[in-house]
Design a protein around this ligand. Structure first.
Ligand SMILES: [Fe+2]
Length: 68
């Protein structure tokens, strides 16, 4: 149960980061700052990937054990 709670907390952080980077990416896009857009998009993609990995771990292992 403790591991499932840790993953849930980590995913909250990832989603918070995704909101921040996504907003910053959109603003820089409107301002025409191409290099900043590219870097922010790369970071946003990394945050999404981390979130997906956490989901995989939770669904494949941790959540099942949390119910036992
Ligand atoms: Fe992150």
């Amino acid at each position: 149960m403790f591991d499932a709670a840790i993953i849930a907390a980590a995913q909250r952080v990832e989603h918070y980061q995704m909101a921040g980077y996504g907003t910053a990416r959109s603003i820089t896009q409107h301002l025409g700052y191409g290099e900043a857009v590219r870097l922010l998009q790369r970071t946003l993609d990394e945050e999404k990937e981390a979130d997906h990995k956490l989901t995989e771990i939770a669904e494949s292992q941790v959540n099942i054990h949390a119910l036992l």
